[in-house]
Design a protein around this ligand. Structure first.
Ligand code: DOR
Ligand code: ZN
Length: 331
């Protein structure tokens, strides 16, 4: 059995900087035709200079491949003039609540219209997409649910602004998606495979620890329903977030799952298992092209149902499902 995917897109990717960037970027650039690059670098991407410098570093690290980095700015209040000047270099701006995850200290501490409404209005007028890491500071299992009222306020007040609920993990988010035309969502690979039980139900598995934390079986089912049917408002976004093994296998484990090298075979396996292979193209590329109004370079990836063992690590970074044998591979 085989499947061909045209121009796969990863609409939520952490590539990091320097040596880590050089190590991890080729895994995405080899299999994907483009990706939305997250701006939670050190320092975060908040100026045109930082953005262009980062884009150049990514292009250097991926020069052997056909790969388009779609760039995102780190949300702060920006004036419209600045946004006009940078509009052609970015597709979106990513909003992090302050301190909610890796390198988000400079995020927004009060997400309300009085504080950030002018920037959102300018984004809406300039057709710049807003990506949000939607979690409150509450109890870890409830953070995403507690954030949903904020999505509602933003969606209602800025009906022309496209808002992407990043890496959704709950059935409540899946439901909210239907309520507003301007809400969209990304779903990761790992949240389609694991629940909190896999992270902490037996021996603790640090390589599955991420933000938002994986939730309950019924939440995973709701995400599967959206992804397997390639709901038109849903896109694939891996949130592949590499950390060195020493930072994962540590008393204070960094949040993030490194999935970049194994995404397409695992998605093919999952969609085939549910008899939905014909929907994978829309989930992995077509929906994102429409939502973001982008045309990535053409790249065809052929996958076949042939067993493959995932490596234990890639230069000190442990991938999702390390050491496991999976059913599909890239041809
Ligand atoms: O688990 C995560 N890791 N979630 C995020 O939102 C950020 C990411 C990272 O940058 O490491
Ligand atoms: Zn992320």
């Amino acid at each position: 059995m085989k499947v061909q995917l045209t121009s796969p897109l990863d609409m939520h990717l952490h590539l990091r900087q320097d040596d880590m960037l050089k190590k991890v970027a080729p895994f995405s650039a080899k299999y994907f035709s483009g990706a939305l690059i997250m701006p939670n670098t050190i320092p975060p991407i908040t100026t045109k200079e930082l953005l262009l410098e980062y884009k150049k570093a990514i292009l250097d690290a991926t020069k052997d491949f056909t790969f388009t980095p779609y760039m995102s700015l780190f949300f702060q209040n920006y004036d419209k003039k600045f946004l006009q000047e940078i509009k052609n270099e970015i597709v979106s701006i990513k909003l992090y609540p302050a301190g909610i995850t890796t390198n988000s200290q400079n995020g927004v501490s009060k997400i309300d219209i009085d504080e950030i409404g002018d920037t959102l209005q300018a984004m809406s007028e300039l057709e710049i997409v807003l990506n949000i890491h939607g979690e409150s500071n509450g109890f870890v299992m409830d953070r995403e649910k507690e954030f949903l009222p904020i999505y509602e306020v933003l969606a209602q007040n800025f009906p022309k602004l496209k808002i992407v609920m990043e890496h959704i993990t709950t059935k409540e988010s899946a439901t909210l998606l239907e309520k507003y035309d301007n809400l969209y969502a990304t779903i990761t690979l790992h949240h389609l495979f694991i629940t909190l039980d896999d992270v902490a139900g037996g021996l603790l598995r640090p390589h599955l620890f991420c933000k938002p934390i994986a939730k309950r079986p019924e939440d995973k089912e709701a995400l599967l329903h959206l992804a397997l049917n390639a709901h038109p408002k849903v896109m694939f976004g891996s949130d592949s977030a590499p950390h060195p093994k020493s930072k994962k296998e540590a008393p204070g484990c960094a949040a993030g799952v490194f999935s970049a090298p194994v995404i397409l075979p695992l998605l093919a396996q999952l969609f085939e298992k549910h008899n939905k292979l014909e929907n994978l193209q829309a989930f992995i590329s077509d929906n994102a092209q429409k939502i973001y109004n982008i045309t990535p370079p053409k790249k065809v990836i052929a996958l076949e149902k042939k067993a493959m063992q995932i490596k234990n690590e890639y230069e000190g970074i442990v991938p999702f499902m390390a050491g496991e044998t999976i059913e599909w591979s890239v041809q």
